[in-house]
Write a protein that binds this ligand. Sequence first.
Ligand SMILES: Cc1ncc(COP(=O)(O)O)c(C=O)c1O
Length: 400
Amino acid sequence: MTTWIMATRAQRLNPSTIREILKITERPGIISLAGGLPSADTFPVAAMQVATDRVLREQPREALQYAASEGYGPLREWVAADMAAQGLHVDASQVLITTGSQQGLDLVGKVLIDPGSRVAVESPTYLGALQAFAPYEAEFVAVQGDDEGPLPQALEAATGARFVYLLPNFQNPSGRCLSAARRVALAEKAAQLGLPVVEDNPYGDLWFDAPPPPPISATLGLQDGGGAIYLGSFSKVLAPGLRLGYVVAPKLLYPKLLQAKQAADLHTPGFNQRVVYEVIKDGFLRDHVPTIRALYKAQRDAMQTALATHFAGLNCRWKTPVGGMFFWVDLPAGLDATALLPQAVQAGMAYVPGAPFFTQGFAQGGRSNCLRLSFVTVSPDKINTGIAALAGVLRQNLTA
Ligand SMILES: Cc1ncc(COP(=O)(O)O)c(C=O)c1O
């Protein structure tokens, strides 16, 4: 009998709680406000069709051949120009096209984390980043925050960490967007502490009333010795099935990220990169993204109305998100969103409990009396029904 001995990192690979929950919630008849998926109604199917035809007609052999690990040149140029529009001046040679920004997180972990390295994260933070960094045997440090986001002063607890992972725009899971002042204060504190920043921005284009302030990386810089790495994605503005994201890195780090990528998958599908470039090269997103914003804003309004109606008197707290895809709801102390989920499913709806978005549980400010609700994939009618069902479950447990 063969004895397989797994690496320590394999023990740190955990099933995604959300994916496990999604399995339950995909049962017919359940109104799922749990998923983190964009609305499929926003996928630009016709434009993709035209671009796919053109790529196959005009550059079939190049598109189907192995390609450069760095990514497709014109797409890298496009990303650099898009970053410049956000106030971040980088060279296209600093752009690494990745297989979703999720791969970017993995590459960052691979290059920057040793066993026992400290990595600072927001509290709560994106669960997928915890999943990406944990196998490299990171020791997480939760940066304490207030309603406005992580506190600059709290970065002191992360002194000596390999980096702090920050999500300034419409954070997954909390939905909150950092003010310009908070961004600058965080950047200044990080620079003072010599603490590098990994900035993840998949939701920044999904604003409802006004664009978010410039990225933290714009203050820190992405030059040679720059203090930030920036991650972006096409998942929320085009389609996640394309698996297209990017890492923009200081020149010093770029070769190592590139080598890590070569080891992982040689390159991101060149076919997808060329098709996406065909779609976006003449300004398609300028017209397309506003349609996503309008849809998501109407959906956000539907959830806000449903919460205001059905949660009245329940003593829950939430802030209306000004972009992105999520509401984050704080329940009264004593209610445990993980424990209540089976009752919610029984009542016909699902959400994602908040606990997995905190690192190392309660010792670092983790909580279980909170949950995440997605407002983008379910119709306003069903949002209302789902929120009413959830309110019923909470009411029952508050009076029990
Ligand atoms: C904060 C955050 N970062 C990264 C990702 C990964 O996105 P993708 O790999 O599709 O670019 C997600 C996906 O939901 C996310 O919410």
